[in-house]
Design a protein around this ligand. Structure first.
Ligand SMILES: [Zn+2]
Length: 253
């Protein structure tokens, strides 16, 4: 399933009322090849002025202003952010964000890793889930923060990321997978020692492990690799742009 070239973003379909979740596509921006054209990654080697123009364009068309993003390093750290500390938290080395604030969009930057967005009745969280951060418990850590604020996720969105057919992994990775997330159900053995890893399945297993019902998990039908219109780190050999996926609790005047 491909993205129309006229679309600069897609939206989660089943998010609770007031929760806005959007993912940028690669269309409509200012970056040149191989970052063409709506590259939302600051740390990709792209011309930074093009990235800033892309953000200016994107924030206006989505009405999603002051997006907080991180310098993602594939760890399990989730940082609490609010309107007072947002500038300080911006570009910190971490892979998750959490807030109780309204109108504070949290962003995850990806090109094959999964954006996982959580919404409770009060709080929200955005998580950058490659296999490392997911396996190291970034989802568990986010759920702990909800508990700290006497809240619980009632909805999760697993966004566009690498599909099972394109994600080949070997024994050495498979042997490290956390048994709590039932990795066997997310793996298909191709030949001996070589597997296909279904990251969307592994992420939904981790959400269910933390107490969320499968009925409250929305999984994007798009993949970063096989749906035209996104960036894919694997398919483009690391020389490419990034999508941003944002979540915010919007209270509009
Ligand atoms: Zn694929």
């Amino acid at each position: 399933m491909d993205i129309s070239k006229t679309k600069s973003y897609i939206t989660a379909e089943n998010a609770p009322i007031g929760i806005e979740i959007k993912t940028s596509t690669r269309y409509g921006g200012f970056s040149s090849a191989p970052y063409n054209s709506l590259n939302m990654g600051y740390f990709t080697g792209d011309d930074i002025t093009a990235v800033i123009k892309n953000y200016y364009y994107y924030q206006n068309i989505t009405k999603t202003y002051n997006i907080v993003t991180l310098n993602q390093i594939h760890c399990n750290t989730v940082l609490e952010v609010n309107k007072e500390n947002a500038a300080d938290i911006m570009f910190s080395k971490a892979d998750g964000l959490f807030t109780y604030e309204n109108n504070l969009p949290l962003g995850v930057i990806t090109a094959d890793c999964l954006p996982v967005m959580l919404a409770g009745n009060k709080c929200i969280s955005s998580l950058h889930c490659g296999w490392r951060s997911l396996n190291a418990g970034i989802i568990d850590n986010a759920f702990k923060l909800f508990k700290k604020y006497d809240d619980m996720p009632v909805y999760a969105y697993i966004g566009a990321g690498i599909c099972e057919q394109c994600y080949e992994v070997r024994d050495d990775l498979v042997n490290q997978l956390n048994p709590a997330y039932n990795p066997a159900s997310a793996l298909t053995e191709k030949v001996q020692g070589q597997y296909l890893l279904n990251m969307k399945k592994l992420a939904s297993n981790a959400l269910i492990y933390n107490g969320l019902s499968i009925d409250n998990i929305e999984i994007s039908k798009y993949s970063s690799c096989c749906s035209k219109g996104f960036y894919s780190y694997r398919l483009e050999n690391g020389k490419t742009g990034r999508m941003v996926t944002t979540i915010q609790r919007a209270v509009r005047q």
